[in-house]
Ligand binder design. Structure first.
Ligand code: NAD
Length: 491
């Protein structure tokens, strides 16, 4: 059967002769549709020559783009936001096809991309700089300047949204960008580039280089790149942070997660159970904000019983999508098998889930495991599947000790009716994003997204206000025009 999309192209615009090696001549990897296991495209594994061409083209585009006033630059993102909304069905279908998300999740991802544009469009109102007369006739002002050519490296789990975490802000602030999407989901990035072009982004301002490890290494090592944003696993975030900063680049590397939800005995049963099940099963648990450890404080059995009912009522293939690959599925099942062998009790078992007519998909149903102890691997490592473990503690202090012991620090949440307990958890959880009675405490624009500990390396955040600092540099200017201007101990 012919491939639906053949070889996914690199987008290296404004480069005479394009790539020295055509995408079809590079080593290629198969791209799968995770819901039926079919091969839908092949992705070229680019290397240093392609990265170098992209950087050169982005460098040529930089003076024109950075010299365009920001109010003009953001017009592209007003139009792009509209295009995202107008094309949501097609964009969501593409996410479903290459990532496996169910339609409602894929649409939510595209809507979030539109919200990210909203913030980029507001940047002219936010980055107005500062000015003050610091002594008589002497003025200090601060203006923000783009960095130059920057790079964004993205993971498989949000093919549309995570590139849009970085692209609108980095571009609107005047940088030109080289994007390296995950080799498992390269298709959405091509549509993003097409829509940005349709919205008026000049050629060369955005380059897309497809590939994997070797491509990332070429980006980290390239001295023509000023900054790198990375989103992916902690293992690779550490590699990228070390390698990119070794060539003195600015780097912000977001890593993996192990998010704890503390459930108190006074929690509202319906609110807690519904939010927790949605958090652990949404996007098949493949979200860096997915809850994966529920800390049951004292007796919260009514919440657990309701979660079991809700999870048993879910239909795999309709309510829960597949995981990304056969390897991911095998890894998740191994985690569950091992926990069970160590004495944990599987309350809802997603192993063996299948979907009629799509038996070759990478399915695993929602899974709930009780009596897991904090020392078990499944309680410590990121599973990245629709699996929730329950760790039991006597009180909230013990619950916080369990949460604090995790090396990660993306999100934590507490379910309670007590303001005092809620405040204690908000203050003491060792995580960058904390919720109260919320299963997925994602900050929405204009608030910034970013974790703590091994969930983020570098300074700044990937979205919102925190990203402005990362994608720009401040220039401090001091001016004096009049002979009568004051002199003092400074000048
Ligand atoms: P990954 O780390 O395997 O891949 C991310 C990117 O790094 C990809 O573009 C990939 O090509 C590249 N890469 C992979 N191995 C590499 C290596 N050895 N050297 C250099 N580059 C390499 O992550 P993934 O599996 O695509 O995504 C899932 C992970 O991303 C999870 O751990 C999840 O928690 C994390 N994630 C984190 C956030 C966050 O905000 N903290 C958001 C989304 C996803």
């Amino acid at each position: 059967m012919p491939l639906k999309y053949a070889t996914v192209p690199n987008v290296i615009a404004d480069t005479p002769g394009s790539s020295p090696r055509a995408a079809a001549d590079l080593d290629r990897l198969d791209v799968f549709n995770p819901s039926d296991g079919s091969v839908i495209a092949q992705v070229p594994m680019s290397g240093h020559p392609e990265v170098d061409l992209a950087v050169q083209a982005a460098r040529r585009a930089f003076p024109g783009w950075s010299g365009t006033p920001i109010k003009e630059r953001v017009q592209v993102f007003y139009r792009y936001k509209t295009l995202l909304e107008q094309n949501i069905d097609e964009l969501a279908a593409l996410v479903t096809e290459e990532n496996g998300k169910i339609t409602s999740e894929a649409r939510a991802e595209v809507l979030k991309s539109a919200e990210l544009c909203e913030f980029a469009c507001s940047l002219p109102q936010i980055v107005t700089g500062q000015v003050l007369e610091v002594s008589r006739g002497v003025e200090c002002r601060v203006e923000r300047y783009p960095l130059g050519v920057v790079a964004c490296i993205t993971p498989f789990n949000f093919p549309n949204m995570v590139p849009n975490w970085s692209l609108p802000n980095a571009l609107a602030l005047g940088n030109t960008v080289v994007l390296k999407p995950s080799e498992m989901v390269p298709l959405s990035s091509i549509r993003i580039a097409e829509l940005l072009k349709e919205a008026g982004l000049p050629d060369g301002v955005l380059q897309i280089v497809q590939g994997g490890k070797e491509t990332v290494e070429a980006i980290c090592d390239h001295t023509g790149i000023a900054a790198v944003s990375f989103v992916g696993s902690t293992k690779v975030a550490k590699i990228v942070y070390r390698r990119a900063t070794a060539t003195l680049k600015r780097c912000l590397a977001l890593g993996g997660a192990k998010n704890h939800l503390i459930v108190m005995p006074d929690a509202d049963v319906e609110m807690a159970s519904g939010n927790i099940v949605a958090s652990m099963s949404g996007c098949a648990g493949q979200r860096c904000m997915a809850a994966s450890v529920m800390i049951a404080v004292a007796n919260v059995d009514p919440v657990i019983a309701r979660m079991v009912e809700q999870m048993q009522a879910m239909v795999t293939g309709k309510d829960v999508g597949p995981v990304i690959s056969p390897a991911a599925k095998a890894r998740i099942i191994q985690f569950i098998d091992e926990a069970e062998a160590q004495g944990a009790k599987v309350l809802v078992d997603g192993r063996g889930a299948t979907v009629p007519g799509r038996e070759n998909g990478f399915w695993i149903g929602p899974t709930l495991i009780d009596h897991v102890t904090p020392d078990m691997k499944i309680a410590q490592e990121e599973v990245f599947g629709p699996v929730m473990v329950i760790v039991r503690t006597r009180d909230v202090d013990e619950a916080l000790r369990v949460e604090n012991a995790s090396p990660y620090g993306n999100a934590a949440s507490v379910f309670t009716e007590s303001g005092g307990i809620a405040r204690k958890v908000m203050e003491r959880a060792s995580a960058g994003m904390v919720g109260v009675n919320v299963g997925v405490p994602v900050p929405r624009e204009p608030f910034s997204f970013g974790g703590w500990n091994d969930s983020k390396f570098g300074v700044g955040d990937i979205t919102g206000h925190g990203s402005i600092e990362f994608w720009t540099q401040a220039k401090k200017m001091t001016t004096k025009w009049n002979r009568e201007a004051g002199t003092n101990w400074m000048s």
